[in-house]
Ligand binder design. Structure first.
Ligand code: NAI
Ligand code: ENO
Length: 370
């Protein structure tokens, strides 16, 4: 084990492979090799096995156990004393395949698509520590550098959890997307439905849209590649069937049964989870409401120093422009920017002068204004 190991990424041209290369090179200052059939200029598998201390599999879920098996064969024992990692969304089969090598083994599962930020700060990462010894301190250094929120589980427990955390959520939103598609003819599609939205509908539609925008192979495999999913779908379907039966029955007994079930689920959640979840929902509701503000500006403050936000706000104050909301988030480069909403009736000329002054003095970069 070395303090600055050479990393090799299998699947280096993929979405996560590219993000990870940037992370290892820029944030950890490590040498990175990579192989990907999609990138003819990438290194050969043999170069990876010959030169790398850490091998990381970032390959499609369905292929990963087979790809790992291929590397076990090619490596032929050279992997002893090295570390093999994977980031597959399903853990059991890839982990079993990696354990057939002589390498130390850990599985990581970032619960997010590669973010636009340079690290996984604030994002949950599941860690399956399968066979760790001398690489444990370096793995910890990697986790520290990634800045994630870590939860530990063995591969089997991970997959059971994912049947709920991912497969159930995806399945129910895909079902919603299907129903919305079927209703589109009669009601005019999502464009016609959205003006009637509740915050819940907006969030659910956003989740469905997100699922439908990302790599379909991942969503397919999260359903089809996890042995715990079929049982979860049975339960989901049973719950919906029972509800449908009660609604069709429609009498007081059915309503009583509905209330009973409702109360039962409330108890199962527990008072604290209900309170926290409801509060989280309210906060998101305020955020969504702020985002529909007619007049807004997104501003990046290039000077990361105490007082620069105050200086920015002072410009609005001097031009008589009142703020309605202010939120911060990250640009694709990982820089913080502020989205500022202005009160109804804001004078467009005053706002425009203020924004011109902000850009002109270099106080802030105005990324977007409306
Ligand atoms: N994209 C996401 O949102 C997340 C992905 N993951 C996991 O990360 C892994 C990779 O996902 P993505 O980067 O999104 O997929 P991707 O499809 O963008 O990338 C996979 C890459 O692997 C390459 N590949 C296929 N067979 C190979 C082989 N034999 N040797 C070397 N490379 C090979 C492909 O050419 C492709 O470039 C998956 O296991 C997925 O479950 C985990 C969390 C989130
Ligand atoms: O960021 C999102 O929308 C996702 O939920 C993406 C995602 C896809 C697969 C994973 O295993 C984890 C996260």
């Amino acid at each position: 084990m070395t303090a600055a190991p050479t990393i090799a990424i299998v699947g280096s041209a993929g979405t996560y492979g590219r993000w990870l290369r940037g992370f290892f090179e820029r944030r950890m200052g490590l040498r990175v090799l990579g192989h990907d059939p999609g990138d003819p200029a990438s290194d050969t598998p043999e170069a990876l096995l010959e030169q790398a201390d850490v091998l990381l599999f970032a390959t499609p879920i369905r292929q990963t156990p087979q790809v790992v098996g291929d590397y076990v064969r090619r490596s032929g024992g050279r992997e002893a004393g090295r570390l093999w990692l994977d980031i597959t969304s399903i853990k059991q089969a890839p982990t079993e395949a990696m354990l057939r090598s002589r390498a130390e083994v850990a599985g990581l599962h970032p619960m997010t698509a590669p973010p636009k930020a340079p690290t996984l700060k604030g994002r949950v990462v599941v860690v399956c520590e399968s066979r760790l010894d001398r690489w444990r301190p370096w793995l910890q250094a990697l986790l520290d550098a990634l800045e994630g929120e870590y939860v530990y589980a063995d591969a089997e427990r991970h997959d059971r959890m994912m049947a709920l955390v991912q497969a159930m959520v995806h399945a129910s939103h895909l079902a919603q997307a299907g129903v919305l598609g079927e209703y589109a003819g009669g009601l005019g599609g999502l464009d016609a439905i959205m003006p009637f939205r509740s915050a819940s509908f907006e969030l659910d539609a956003a989740i469905a849209a997100r699922i439908l925008s990302l790599n379909p192979a991942i969503y397919e495999e999260i359903q089809f590649g996890n042995p715990h999913v079929a049982g979860m779908l049975d339960r989901l379907l049973a719950q919906l069937s029972e509800l449908r039966g009660l609604v069709r029955q429609g009498d007081d007994a059915a309503r009583a049964r509905f209330r009973e079930r409702f109360l039962h689920s409330r108890e199962a959640f527990g008072a604290q989870a209900l309170e926290e979840g409801s509060y989280a929902y309210e906060r998101v509701g305020y955020l969504l409401a702020d985002l529909v503000t007619r007049r807004y500006a997104s501003v990046h403050l290039p000077e990361d120093r105490a007082g620069s936000l105050r200086a920015l706000l002072h410009v609005f104050e001097r031009h008589g422009v009142s703020l309605e909301s202010i939120h911060s988030s990250r640009t694709p480069a990982g820089e913080v920017h502020f989205r500022i909403g202005f009160v109804r009736g804001t004078e467009p000329a005053a706002l425009s002068t203020a924004l011109t002054e902000i850009a002109g003095t270099g106080l802030g970069h105005v990324l977007e204004a409306g």
